[in-house]
Each structure stands twice: as structure tokens, then as C-alpha cells.
Design a protein around this ligand. Structure first.
Ligand code: ZN
Length: 282
């Protein structure tokens, strides 16, 4: 929450609408993206390819994000994001991994969105640290935020523009024999949007489970917020609050190589399961 007062917050505010605040206060960040690739344009046995993950290190440059007693969020998120990229590349070599930033630079949210879209991401993972107004705080643990699909027209636009192949495929499967009129398209788009939402929640729950079960982290759970981060999103996206940077124990964990490694491996296990789920089901 602290960094919502920064100049960067004005940019964030232009994208984010908060209709509900969950127990944790941190609402920075960006989000989402959805994309499904089906290569099969003409056959009825389409192959789903989960090919590209976008890793977004929150904040950067002139936007430090939140801070703890001795560390800044922008540095923690970049460190975790880079380690995640390295480990993902090693452990899932078939995956294309794209970062929205690799240095301590300021990247506007709309640019992060463009990077994700240009690279045709299948999943957008935004790494952040939580914080609140207390210093230090007793609050601790992880929180997973998924986008609340409240602004349907914009989402429709994004889906229409960025996932036409997928829509067409679904269209053929589910509405075989119907003409491509506006009403039918609206039904297809609505179904598609619901799929986005389910996939966001599904991935967030997988990550949350790994954090809790494997790492023994306290969790504030998966929250679906009325938050619009990036209006043009067209792929599932999850914002991971990796811990409270203004909680002494969490800050130590977030800055330690052991803690960062645990976070990275939990996210990777979740990606593997999510990827398998998607590819099995489609
Ligand atoms: Zn943040």
C-alpha cells in the first residue's frame, strides 16, 4: 500500500480499480494475460501448447515499491524473478520465459502488458511483496491475487483481438453449424472469459498449495479482487505477494537465498501442474 502514494501510483491508479480490499493491504502490481495457443486451425484435433510464461518483477527504478527495515521491494522482486527465469529455463527447457524487466529500471504497466502480448504469453506471473502501514508488522505470509473480471467489454475486446485462433477453435467445437454473427460470438466470448477466470484461480490455488504444504508458509489465501490492472489482458495472470517485507521474519526470508529458492521452486511446481492440467484437458 505504501507505494500507492508514489508517482508510480498515479500510473497504477489509471489501470487499477479497487472495489474490495482484502485483509492484506498491498494492492500494487499488475497482472494478467491469457492466451491459449492452438495451432490446429483446420483439423478437429487441436493441440494446446503451453509455451510462454511472462515473469513480471514488480516495481523498479524510480518506483521502489514497499520497503522493510533494510530492503526494498523492487530489489527482492527482481532477484526472485531472475532466479525463477533461470530455474524455469533449466527445469522446463521447452518453455519460453520472458521477463518484463531484467534490471533496476522503471517499466510502465502498459509496457509490461505490451511485452506480455507481443510475446504471446500463456501465463503472466507478477512477483511482489506485501506490506502495510505498520513498521514492523505482525502480518505475515503469502497472498495470491487474481483479477476480478468486472469490466467485461474491455476484456471482450482483448480476447477478440488477441485470441482469435482460440476463439475460432472453440467456436467450431461448441457452436458447430452456427453462423459467425454477433450474438453467437458474444456467447463464445463469455464462455472464454469464464475460462480465463477459472485458469487464474486454478493456477493461484496451485501456487498457494505449494507455499503452504511444501514451504510451511502462512497464507492469506487466493483472493479474487475487483481489481483491474491491465485492461487489455488476454491471458491468465496471477499476482504473487511473496511475503510481508515489513515483517522482520518475512523480510529475512524474502532476502535469503534459501527463501527465494523455496519461492521459486514452489512456483515452478505449480507451473508444471498447471501446464499438465491444461494440456491434458485440451
Ligand atoms: Zn508491489
Amino acid at each position: 500500500m505504501t507505494h500507492l502514494r508514489s508517482p508510480f501510483s498515479r500510473i497504477i491508479a489509471s489501470f487499477i480499480f479497487i472495489s474490495s480490499i482484502v485483509s492484506a493491504q498491498h494492492t500494487c502490481g499488475q497482472q494478467k494475460k491469457k492466451r491459449h495457443h492452438k495451432t490446429a486451425a483446420t483439423t478437429d484435433a487441436p493441440v494446446f501448447h503451453f509455451k510462454t510464461v511472462i515473469i513480471d518483477a514488480g516495481h523498479g527504478g524510480k518506483d521502489p515499491g514497499a520497503h522493510g527495515a533494510y530492503s526494498k521491494e523492487k530489489n527482492v522482486t527482481l532477484s526472485i524473478a531472475k532466479k525463477l527465469r533461470t530455474a524455469l529455463t533449466e527445469q522446463i527447457p521447452s518453455l519460453n520465459v520472458v521477463m518484463t524487466r531484467t534490471t533496476d529500471n522503471f517499466v510502465e504497466l502498459h509496457r509490461r502488458d505490451e511485452i506480455a502480448s507481443e510475446n504471446k504469453g500463456n501465463l503472466f506471473i507478477s512477483i511482489h511483496c506485501n506490506s502495510n502501514a505498520e513498521m514492523p508488522t505482525q502480518d505475515r505470509g503469502v497472498l495470491l491475487l487474481v483479477y476480478g473480471f468486472h469490466r467485461k467489454e474491455e476484456q471482450y475486446e482483448a480476447i477478440r483481438e488477441n485470441a482469435s485462433i482460440y476463439i475460432e477453435k472453440d467456436y467450431k467445437e461448441q457452436y458447430n453449424g452456427y453462423g459467425s454473427n454477433g450474438a453467437v460470438n458474444a456467447i463464445v466470448l463469455s464462455a472464454f472469459q469464464q475460462k480465463f477466470r477459472k485458469q487464474c484461480i486454478s493456477f493461484a490455488e496451485l501456487v498457494n498449495k505449494e507455499f503452504k504444504k511444501e514451504d510451511g508458509r502462512h497464507s492469506l489465501g487466493v483472493k479474487e479482487q475487483g481489481v483491474l490492472v491491465l485492461q487489455q489482458s488476454a491471458m491468465p495472470a496471477v499476482l504473487i505477494e511473496t511475503g510481508f517485507i515489513n515483517n522482520p521474519k518475512d523480510e529475512a526470508y524474502l532476502n535469503s537465498s534459501e527463501g527465494q529458492a523455496e519461492i521459486v521452486q514452489s512456483i515452478i511446481r505449480a507451473i508444471k501442474k498447471y501446464k499438465a492440467e491444461l494440456e491434458d484437458n485440451k
